[in-house]
Design a protein around this ligand. Structure first.
Ligand code: GRG
Length: 271
């Protein structure tokens, strides 16, 4: 990854760690450990990085939205814990390590996911109470994580069988792209220039799809887009999405350089 992105990600890691340590002693110890295990289990922190670069692009101070970046990462972590459960994907490993329920048991893993989700909304609401200009951004995160977004996409995923291409891409748009789009759009509401919203919306949605298709190619499973429609068609779709994103970014010239670098990182990542 680009050196600057590594530094920004390390900074976020430190910020999240300090934030989470303030909860120690207030939660039942086992629950805290289960939440901590997944929250600091080696995640790439791509959503907070997207939010930070989007803020920089829009001249919005990162310190104004960092709590919403934390909230988004807490939601993402809960979704992974629940996705791995026996009633969902029944995975034993996540990021090369035993899944939360394998280490702490199924009941504690469900509670750790629930607690992370609640902590996300506590964190977002506290941020809104200090700066009500964050209200629309916090609402967007809640909607993107809910039944019209990530949870809805997951529900479609578990009921989808023999899907056509359109239904599969629409499920990806909800399950994966909704949170990534929310990361890109969060700083927009603090920015005066409204025409840029539509471009950031296109950027976020297409980046989210690109992220999922790249993930599919790295980890071929039976129900993914490349498994259903072939690797070549997946590569073609990735190229089309990248071109469409660059089409949007080009008009901003130098200013969009970091966002363009991020797109390349997402499209050509190795894990
Ligand atoms: C169970 C409520 C619920 C939702 C599940 C997001 C999701 C919906 C499930 C996670 C499993 C999955 C494969 C989702 C697709 C999105 C994706 C590739 C997630 C992994 O995100 P990364 O790569 O994870 O950012 P890290 O490990 O870096 O944090």
């Amino acid at each position: 990854m680009n050196e600057n992105f590594v530094t920004l990600t390390a900074e976020f890691e430190e910020r999240l760690s300090v934030f989470f340590q303030t909860k120690k002693g207030y939660y039942p110890e086992k629950l805290y450990q289960a939440m901590e295990y997944s929250l600091f289990g080696g995640g790439k922190r791509i959503r907070p990085l997207i939010m930070r670069l989007s803020a920089e692009f829009l001249d919005v101070s990162w310190s104004k939205v960092v709590e919403l970046g934390i909230a988004l990462e807490l939601i993402h972590t809960y979704s992974l814990i629940h996705d791995d459960l026996p009633s969902m994907d029944n995975d034993d490993l996540r990021r090369g390590k035993p899944t939360c329920h394998k280490v702490f048991g199924e009941a504690m893993a469900i509670l750790a996911g629930d607690a992370l989700l609640n902590l996300a909304y506590e964190t977002a609401l506290k941020a809104v109470s200090l700066d009500n200009k964050l209200f629309s951004s916090a609402l967007l995160i809640a909607e993107s994580a809910g039944a019209c977004g990530m949870i809805g996409g997951q529900a479609e995923d578990i009921t989808l069988c023999g899907a056509d291409e359109g239904s599969m891409l629409s499920m990806y748009a909800k399950k994966t792209a909704a949170l990534i789009k929310a990361a890109a759009l969060t700083p927009c509401y603090l920015h005066k220039n409204e025409p840029v919203y539509a471009d950031m919306e296109t950027f976020g949605e297409k980046l989210g799809l690109l992220f999922q298709l790249t993930d599919d190619l790295l980890d071929m499973d039976n129900h993914s887009y490349p498994a259903c429609f072939g690797v070549e068609k997946t590569e073609q779709l990735k190229n089309r999405l990248s071109a469409e994103i660059f089409g949007v970014l080009t008009k901003y010239g130098e200013k969009a350089q970091k966002l363009a670098k991020l797109v390349q990182n997402v499209a050509y990542r190795q894990k």
